[in-house]
Design a protein around this ligand. Structure first.
Ligand code: AKB
Length: 313
């Protein structure tokens, strides 16, 4: 029987591309997109859409019942930089939305959940290079605290109530279809837009700030492969480390200069530098590779080519 899917936060950076890919794979009518606001024209035209607040349990339950939803992808969240400005709102959105879907699964109204965690679960006391799956965490941002707590709740609901919840710790994500909003890794998308528009970019992180990053196509494929894996392979029910590439703003600028030789970058670090400094530089994702076959395919120069080609169009 065909499964039906609900995406909460479908109009954001990940949600938009996930909606397109899930619709490509399972058919437009079986994937219900939802968000608190409407998305771009092509997303709105691509299949069913509901205006939905992810913190409203009854509203989600109504949609789940109406469409007979099996799986929920919870992509609604407040990201790291914005969350530092609005800690209560961030906690409320990031935690209550998660409890809503976990409780729907506990009550057997849905059968599977995808929930994104982040490299932000790690903190200043975590080993920075090749950060292991299991390490000291101690996140120092509101967003990181919410993601780490979320991971604990996911594992708890799985062990205690048998909820089939799956998760990855996304690194910074680079995409051309939708802009990110409110993250610390957003520079890695803004830089391509400004390279094409102005030939220059002022970066809000310092030139040597190395962070784990991933091209969106890899992130969407990881998400879908994790969700399609047989249950017995998914042994981590908090969240999997997910790696691809790591680079600094300077290395990214050099990659762009191979296409736009006159591109100039300057550095003016702001409050986001402290957040970035508390995160890993690179990630050990060997458990994801071993247990469900994760393998990234885009490196920095391939990402740069894809980004510049598509944004030019
Ligand atoms: C952010 O910068 O807040 C996000 C993340 C790494 O989770 N992109």
């Amino acid at each position: 029987m065909q499964k039906t899917i609900l995406i909460l936060g479908a109009c954001g950076q990940i949600g938009t591309e996930l909606t397109y890919e899930l619709r490509n794979k399972y058919g437009s009518e079986t994937v219900v997109a939802s968000d608190i606001r409407e998305g771009n024209d092509s997303l709105m035209a691509s299949g069913p859409f509901e205006l939905l607040d992810a913190t409203n349990y009854e509203a989600i339950e109504d949609v789940v019942m109406h469409y007979e939803i099996d799986e929920v992808y919870l992509m609604a969240a407040m990201l790291s930089a914005t969350a530092e400005k609005f800690p209560n709102r961030a906690w409320n959105l990031n935690m209550n939305s998660l409890f809503n879907v976990l409780n729907l699964a506990k009550e057997k109204k849905i059968s599977k959940i995808f929930w994104p965690s982040s490299i932000a679960v790690f903190g200043p006391n975590t080993p920075k290079e090749n950060t292991p799956q299991h390490a000291i965490m101690e996140p120092s941002t509101v967003y990181g605290i919410s993601k780490q707590s979320g991971e604990r709740w996911c594992e708890y609901y799985n062990k205690k109530y048998g909820v089939d919840v799956r998760s990855v710790r996304y690194p910074g994500l680079i995409s051309w279809k939708t802009m990110p909003g409110g993250g610390t890794t957003d520079y890695a998308v803004e830089i391509y837009h400004e390279a094409l528009e102005k030939g220059a970019y002022q970066c809000f992180l310092g030139k040597d700030t190395k962070l784990p990053m991933m091209y969106m196509d890899d992130a969407i494929r990881a998400t879908m492969e994790l969700m399609e894996s047989p249950t017995e392979k998914i042994q981590v029910r908090s969240s999997y480390n997910l790696g691809s590439m790591s680079f600094t703003p300077q290395e990214m600028a050099e990659s762009i200069q191979r296409h736009i030789p006159d591109f100039e970058i300057t550095y003016e670090p702001d409050f986001r530098q402290t957040i970035a400094d508390s995160w890993p530089s690179s990630i050990d994702d060997s458990l994801a590779r071993k247990q469900w076959g994760w393998k990234p395919s885009f490196n920095l120069d391939q990402t740069t080519s894809e980004m510049l080609d598509n944004l030019k169009k």
